[in-house]
Design a protein around this ligand. Structure first.
Ligand SMILES: Nc1ncnc2c1ncn2[C@@H]1O[C@H](COP(=O)(O)OP(=O)(O)OP(=O)(O)O)[C@@H](O)[C@H]1O
Length: 313
C-alpha cells in the first residue's frame, strides 16, 4: 500500500505538488492521471525518496522509502527505461543490479523469462528497441519480487502491440495482489488499464475514484436527433425546458440535446406527431471529459502553443 498525506513540493516559485493526499490499494491497477507538468513524476520521486518533500509524507507499507530495510524487495519502480549501460547485455545488467542489492543471481533468469526476454538475454541492451528496453526495465523492477510497483508513463512511445503487452502485464501484477501505481497523461489509456484513478492537475488532487465513476461523471451525456421537421422539433424540445444545440458536424443537420434521454425526446416528438430520422444517445470522448475537468489546471494551454508558433514565424 502507498499512503500519501499532505505531500507538497516547491521548486522556487513553482508548486509542483500541492498538498496531495491519497492511498493506493493493493490488488488493482491505480492510474495516476494528469496533464503534462501536473506533478506526477515529482510525486513518484518523493514516494521513492529521490526528492525530499517540502511538506507532508509518502509511506510505502507504512514506512518512508529511506527506512525500508531492503527497498528492492518492497518496491520496484520504472521511471526511465533508457538508463541501462548500452554495452552490457540484458542479463549482465540484471546480474549487476541483483548483486549490488544482495538478491539471488537465480532470480535474473526468472525475471527475464517473466518479461519474455530470455532469447535476447545475451544481447547488448544498447541495441534494444524501446519496447524491449521497457521489458528490461520491468524485469529490473521485479528482481526483488516487490509487493509495490510504480511505473511512470510506461507506454510512452510504444507501438500498439507493446502497449497491450505492458497493460496486460501490469494487470497481472495487480491480480497477484500487488500495489500498482502507473502514471499517464491519457485517460483513454488509463480507462483500459486501471480500475482506480487518482487524477491531479497543477499538483492538486482533482479526483480519487473508480475509472467507471470518473468516466460517467465527467463525460457529458447528450442525445443527437434528426428530423425532417427540425424547426418544430426544436421548439417542442425547448418549450419542454430542454437545452438544444445545433449540430451539422457530419454534414447532416441535427440537434444535440443536453442531459436528457432518448425516451423523453421520443415521447415529446411523438406527442407532437413529429417524424424522427435519428435518435441516438452519445457520450463525450474520454479525452474531452478529461480536458474539461483539468482545463483550468493544464499548465500549457493552447494559447502558449500559439505564442510559440508566433515567435517562430
Ligand atoms: N527539478 C526541478 N526543478 C524545477 N522545477 C521542476 C523540477 N522538477 C519538476 N519541476 C516542475 O514541476 C512541475 C511538475 O513536473 P512533473 O515532471 O512532476 O510533472 P508530470 O505530471 O510528471 O509531467 P510530465 O508528464 O510532463 O513529466 C512542472 O512545472 C515542472 O516544470
Amino acid at each position: 500500500m502507498i499512503e500519501v498525506r499532505g505531500l507538497t513540493k516547491t521548486f522556487g516559485a513553482t508548486k509542483a505538488v500541492d498538498n496531495l493526499t491519497f492511498t493506493v490499494q493493493p490488488g488493482m491497477v491505480t492510474g495516476f492521471l494528469g496533464p503534462n507538468g501536473a506533478g506526477k513524476s515529482t510525486t513518484m520521486r518523493m514516494i521513492l525518496g529521490l526528492d525530499r518533500p517540502t511538506a507532508g509524507t509518502a509511506l510505502i507499507d507504512g514506512k518512508p522509502y529511506r527506512e525500508l530495510v531492503q527497498p528492492l524487495r518492497t518496491v520496484g519502480a520504472l521511471l526511465d527505461a533508457k538508463w541501462v549501460h548500452p554495452n552490457r547485455s540484458a542479463r549482465a545488467h540484471l546480474q549487476w543490479m541483483a548483486a549490488s542489492n544482495s538478491l539471488p543471481k537465480s532470480r535474473v533468469d526468472e525475471v527475464l523469462h517473466l518479461v519474455g526476454l530470455t532469447e535476447v538475454a545475451g544481447k547488448k541492451a544498447g541495441g534494444f528497441s524501446l519496447g524491449m528496453s521497457q521489458r528490461l526495465g520491468l524485469a529490473a523492477t521485479l528482481l526483488g519480487d516487490p509487493k509495490v510497483l510504480l511505473f511512470d508513463e510506461p507506454v510512452n512511445g510504444l507501438d500498439p502491440e507493446g502497449i497491450v503487452w505492458i497493460r496486460k502485464f501490469m494487470q497481472r501484477l495487480a491480480a497477484e495482489g500487488r500495489t500498482v501505481l502507473v502514471s499517464s497523461h491519457l485517460l483513454s489509456e488509463m480507462a483500459l488499464t486501471a480500475e482506480h484513478l487518482v487524477v491531479i492537475g497543477r499538483g492538486r488532487l482533482i479526483a480519487d475514484t473508480t475509472v467507471s465513476e470518473f468516466v460517467s461523471k465527467s463525460s457529458e451525456s447528450t442525445v443527437r436527433v434528426r428530423s425532417p421537421q427540425l424547426d418544430a422539433l426544436r421548439s417542442a424540445l425547448t418549450s419542454n425546458g430542454l437545452t438544444v444545440r445545433e449540430d451539422g458536424s457530419d454534414g447532416q443537420q441535427a440537434l444535440v440535446v443536453v442531459d436528457s434521454s432518448t425516451d423523453v425526446i421520443g415521447a415529446i416528438a411523438g406527442s407532437q406527431g413529429i417524424t424522427l430520422h435519428e435518435l441516438a444517445s452519445q457520450r463525450g470522448s474520454l479525452e474531452d471529459a478529461f480536458m474539461k475537468l483539468t482545463g483550468d489546471d493544464v499548465q500549457y494551454h493552447a494559447e502558449s502553443v500559439d505564442d510559440v508558433m508566433k515567435g517562430a514565424l
